[in-house]
Design a protein around this ligand. Structure first.
Ligand SMILES: Nc1ncnc2c1ncn2[C@@H]1O[C@H](COP(=O)(O)OP(=O)(O)OP(=O)(O)O)[C@@H](O)[C@H]1O
Length: 684
């Protein structure tokens, strides 16, 4: 990649950003204005023109996908780069992990360098185990994750007083100690521990480059601050209109925070290169202030709005429509279908499969989602680290795999050094000394006698065996690729699988295969397609039921992100019968926010009315296919957002209401149904 040639392709705003040499520069970029393009050009420019070694750069991205894309483009262009040079390129978590493994004195916190990373659910399991074992009183266990996060963030001793008069702060301390004794770090620990250990003694990078900076949270900003030396330059790119992860704790005013802290230079990228004029104009209606966003393309075709009877009909329609688009010459890979929640993908998968439409689903089906692999990973964890007794207990007491002891008996054997070490426990304890022999999937399989552990007589045997073979193969390939000794490579693999949720069943959505991509609006961030279909624009889906104006604003930004993935054609749809009682029939007001002059309404009319002829045909067609086409549902009456107060559940949002019944959703208790006459609900 020749940096001069790269620079020539850029517009002046982009060029200025690449050449900027300020101590701290933040680039406020509009959607599709070339953030990724600029970021890569900047890295290449710094390396080639300014002679900055890749090792002296830290490049932080929000997703693993973005980091991989950057690394792949650099590796393709320059074969002298070795992967170690790019160890500082990755997500916040993976870069923190790199520092903890390779640079920082983790022993100061009580860890050893071969610590393992655990996913949030696993941390919760440990916390629940402690509550049980120590008989702690902890209220609102259904919100335990959130409560732990909040309590962990409080460092001032005087403030460590539980609002519910329970043992949450004792739990935080015990959990911290337990993770250290088991040599495990949870995701949040990675950044927190790296931040705590970073001092001025470490060699500081010459450049820190951050992508999607708008999604950073307080912890990440502190990490950046510690990482930055007085001579380090900082270059951050982001788009305030694409904040869609504030529920994970991103700091909403990240730009202001950076500006204030570093007296940063601000630049902008205002020109969108991706979307046609109509798409951009429609998307702008969802911005609080879209005045800076400028397009560079022709008006193009109008936005199409479709009213579908239900998700099944929608899927049938899309299968036909996509086949026609493809026949006219558009590759399948240029077509995407978006929805709000993951479970909406199912009907598209079924119908597309039946109709021969190739597709991929961006569904993180991770190791943790497959019971036998979840069990096997725990087995490998305990084998690598005998202090990880909670994994050991789960392996021995799993109800489907292994020896199926009781949890109490398993714990007793694991903690008792004098106990009989034969069977699976003995195998796990002896594993490390046999590490050198583990060269093929079969040697690992045979060593643990996995055939016995997964029961050859069980109905799931073939499926489980195939899943295990697949995983073991993946491990062996991973270790070989990393050129690490087996045990070290295995530890590394287990850490990555916790961090990224290794995708084993379905291909990654970023694959180059020519197939239609199905994904949630969240997963669509950063991608682009010629044709985009956004489905289910009904209240309760797009937008979801919301509890506050801030949540509503985030829903709107999310819809904006989805719309702006489209280059040429954008089609929106909503249901008359959404198949889900929590979803309101008819279009949500997001449809009505698009000015009519930008919309082309086809045979079915927008505005909540249904073309009855079409509807009848669709239902007949569905019934003749033998599918379970539902009866036309009684129309659910769209209620304006109403709130109620309940003496126990607190404030809730009304979802459905008729003369006798009322249904409301409460933050900590979920959806509750009441008989109006007896409910003692107070309307707010
Ligand atoms: N100077 C340019 N001239 C022509 N096309 C460009 C230019 N810069 C970027 N593009 C094209 O515009 C599209 C959007 O670019 P890119 O994906 O880098 O934007 P982005 O800001 O990262 O997008 P998003 O906001 O969606 O994350 C891409 O197809 C890219 O090739």
């Amino acid at each position: 990649m020749e940096h001069q040639k790269e620079l020539e392709k850029l517009n002046n705003y982009q060029k200025d950003a690449v050449l900027d040499d300020s101590g701290v520069c933040i680039v406020k970029a509009q959607v599709g204005s070339g953030k990724t393009t600029v970021l890569i050009a900047k890295i290449v420019y710094l390396h080639q023109a300014k002679k900055i070694r890749y090792r002296d750069m830290i490049v932080l991205t929000f997703t693993n996908k973005a980091a991989n894309e950057i690394k792949a483009r650099l590796l393709r262009a320059d074969d002298s780069i070795c992967t170690d040079d790019l160890a500082g390129f990755g997500t916040f978590h993976s870069v923190a992990l790199h520092f903890l493994k390779d640079v920082l004195p983790v022993q100061d916190l009580g860890y050893t360098r071969d610590f393992l990373v655990i996913a949030p659910d696993e941390e919760l399991d440990i916390a629940l185990g402690i509550i049980r074992e120590k008989k702690l009183t902890v209220k609102y266990k259904n919100r335990l994750k959130k409560r732990l996060e909040q309590a962990t963030a409080i460092t001032d001793e005087a403030q460590k007083v539980s609002p519910y008069q329970d043992d949450i702060f004792t739990l935080v301390e015990l959990l911290r100690a337990e993770k250290i004794s088991q040599n495990k770090m949870a995701f949040a620990d990675l950044i927190q521990n790296a931040t705590a250990l970073l001092t001025n003694d470490q060699q500081k990078p010459r450049w820190i480059i951050i992508d999607e900076v708008q999604d950073s949270d307080q912890l990440q900003l502190e990490f950046i601050n510690r990482l930055k030396g007085s001579e380090t330059r900082l270059f951050a790119v982001g788009d305030p209109n694409q904040i869609i992860y504030s529920w994970r704790g991103s700091t909403l005013n990240v730009f202001a925070a950076l500006r204030e802290q570093y007296d940063a230079r601000e630049r902008s990228l205002p020109i969108n290169y991706r979307s046609s004029g109509s798409i951009l104009a429609a998307a702008k209606c969802f911005l609080r202030d879209g005045s800076d966003l400028t397009g560079s393309r022709e008006t193009g075709s109008k936005i199409i709005i479709k009213n579908q009877y239900n998700p099944f009909n929608e899927a049938c329609y899309l299968a036909d429509r996509i086949a026609a688009i493809h026949q006219q010459g558009t590759p399948y890979g240029e077509i995407a279908v978006f929805y709000r929640t993951q479970n909406q993908s199912r009907v598209f998968e079924d119908v597309f499969l039946k109709n021969g439409i190739p597709f991929e689903v961006s569904l993180k089906k991770t190791i943790r989602d497959i019971p036998v692999l979840n069990w096997l990973i725990k087995l490998l964890r305990f084998s690598l680290n005998p202090n990880d007794w909670s994994s050991g207990v789960e392996v021995l007491s799993n109800k489907d795999y292994g020896e199926k002891r009781t949890a109490k008996a398993a714990l007793k054997t694991i903690k008792d050094p004098g106990a009989n070490q034969s069977g699976l426990l003995g195998k796990m304890r002896g594993f490390v000394s046999h590490g050198g022999e583990m060269t093929t999937p079969a040697t690992i399989y045979t060593y643990f006698e996995l055939d016995r552990q997964i029961r050859p007589t069980a109905s799931t045997y073939q499926e489980d065996k195939a899943a295990i073979d697949g995983l073991l193969q993946l491990i062996i390939e991973y270790v070989a690729e990393k050129q690490l000794p087996f045990l070290e490579g295995l530890t590394d693999f287990i850490n990555s699988s916790a961090l990224y949720g290794i995708n084993i069943l379905k291909k990654d959505i970023s694959s180059q295969a020519d197939s239609v991509k199905l994904m949630t609006l969240h997963a669509s961030k950063g991608l682009e397609f010629a044709y985009v279909f956004i489905t289910g624009i009904n209240y309760g889906l797009i937008p979801l039921h919301m509890k506050s104006p801030a949540e509503e604003a985030e829903e709107r930004r999310l819809f904006f992100v989805g719309m702006t993935r489209a280059k040429d054609v954008l089609e929106l749809s909503y249901y008359t019968n959404p198949d889900d009682y929590r979803v309101i029939a008819g279009e949500s007001r997001y449809i009505n926010m698009i000015p009519p002059q930008l919309v082309e309404n086809e045979s079915v009319k927008a505005g909540g009315e249904v073309n009855l002829q079409d509807l009848k045909k669709q239902i007949q067609a569905a019934q003749s296919e033998g599918s379970e086409a539902p009866e036309p549902a009684e129309t659910v009456v769209a209620v304006p957002e109403k709130q109620v107060r309940h003496h126990k559940y607190g404030i809730g949002t009304v979802l459905k209401e008729d003369e006798t019944m009322i249904e409301a959703e409460f933050e900590n208790y979920g959806v509750k149904e009441f008989i109006k006459a007896f409910s003692e609900l107070e309307y707010l």
